[in-house]
Design a protein around this ligand. Structure first.
Ligand SMILES: Cc1cc2nc3c(=O)[nH]c(=O)nc-3n(C[C@H](O)[C@H](O)[C@H](O)COP(=O)(O)OP(=O)(O)OC[C@H]3O[C@@H](n4cnc5c(N)ncnc54)[C@H](O)[C@@H]3O)c2cc1C
Length: 315
């Protein structure tokens, strides 16, 4: 039985990506969890359903620091629990915590993990998504950052375990080297966050700058909207929507690529999607090499038809 430590970035409720980490950890053995503040009652109940034994919290409310307070807490919890594997999410912040934690623990770090075996062999895609590798850390502890949508939650049965015990660690840094002095919320959207969305509709130069049809399709599918770098560079959509080597990495159940040629740098960010549907008016476009379903046509005609059909199916 392997002791696993799951590092969460919330003390409130669990998101799907958090549940994926907990199900993965539960399959390995005993689970400890780190949360960044006083855990909400509902969170403790939910963690009990994942048979979590101990929840590690900071003794004091962490100030407005960057990732360092999270690293200090995770380090204390990892040493206290004797965890053999530390699991984190796949967001840029979680990966930064993973890297720093790896240094502090002398642990091997594997990011963009899509599967982890019981013997801690990780599966991940490398070289811009061109290869899938299986790798194992040679260190005593493994730190692994999991891509969202990698774990099937359908078979999870809530455990009838008691509430986890809460263990506080004094890790406050009296003189942090950096402090957050301001935050600005992005305009609110009803759509799911891109990195965690189960459906992503992405547009490229072929949209001509009109993302309206893509937004309609995303909304009817309950998905998020992403973009190629060409669309972002043209100023048609914000940089936070960019998918690819120099943008976000997504791994949804369904990726609808619209007016995107499918360059290697774009593929690097979406190739592990479970089903890829490509809409492109050029039948020679490289995206069709990786698409499960290809539609050769003008996206301005294809997408509205798809939306209309889906709405009819649902009415
Ligand atoms: C170091 C580096 C990093 C990079 N990082 C990224 C990255 O993170 N993400 C990324 O995406 N790119 C990245 N790029 C850029 C990448 O190489 C491509 O240039 C880019 O992905 C092209 O975007 P696109 O497919 O939207 O545009 P294009 O390559 O111009 O393709 C547009 C496509 O739209 C089709 N089309 C046109 N009109 C229609 C229509 N009406 N209906 C249907 N189809 C239509 C065309 O047939 C064409 O296939 C990077 C490049 C470098 C060098």
């Amino acid at each position: 039985m392997t002791t696993a430590l799951v590092v969460l970035d919330t003390a409130e409720g669990l998101r799907r990506s958090d549940r994926e980490l907990l199900v993965l950890a539960g399959g390995l053995g005993g689970t400890h969890v780190v949360v960044p503040g006083a855990p909400a009652e509902a969170l403790l109940d939910e963690l009990a359903g994942h048979a979590v034994g101990t929840v590690h919290v900071p003794a004091e409310e962490p100030g407005e620091g960057l990732t360092v307070p999270a690293v200090a807490l995770a380090e204390a919890a990892a040493r206290d629990s004797g965890a053999r594997v530390v699991l984190l999410g796949g967001t840029p912040e979680a990966k930064e915590v993973a890297g720093r934690l790896g240094v502090r623990l002398g642990a091997g770090v594997i990011t963009d993990v899509v599967a982890l075996d019981a013997d801690l062999v990780a599966t991940k895609s490398v070289l811009a998504g061109g290869w899938t590798t299986r790798c194992r850390a040679r260190s005593a502890v493994l730190v692994a950052a999991l891509r969202a949508n990698s774990v099937d939650l359908s078979g999870h049965v809530p455990a009838a375990a008691g509430r986890p015990r809460v263990r506080a660690h004094a890790v406050a840094d009296p003189a942090p080297a950096a402090r957050v002095v301001g935050r600005r919320a992005l305009p609110a959207s009803d759509r799911p966050p891109l990195a965690e969305a189960r459906v992503v509709v992405a547009g490229g130069r072929g949209t001509g700058g009109d993302f309206g049809p893509l937004e309609e399709l995303a909304d009817v599918l309950g998905g998020a909207v992403g973009a190629s770098r060409a669309a972002v560079d043209a100023g048609w959509i914000g940089h936070e929507a960019q998918i690819g080597q120099t943008g976000r990495t997504v791994s949804p159940q369904l990726y609808v690529s619209c007016g995107i040629s499918g360059a290697i740098q774009q593929r690097a960010g979406m190739q592990t999607a479970r089903v890829i549907v490509a809409v492109n008016k050029d039948e020679q476009a490289p995206v069709f090499e990786i698409a499960d379903l290809g539609i050769v046509g003008d996206l301005r005609k294809v997408l509205p038809q798809a939306v209309e059909h889906l709405r009819k199916l649902r009415s």
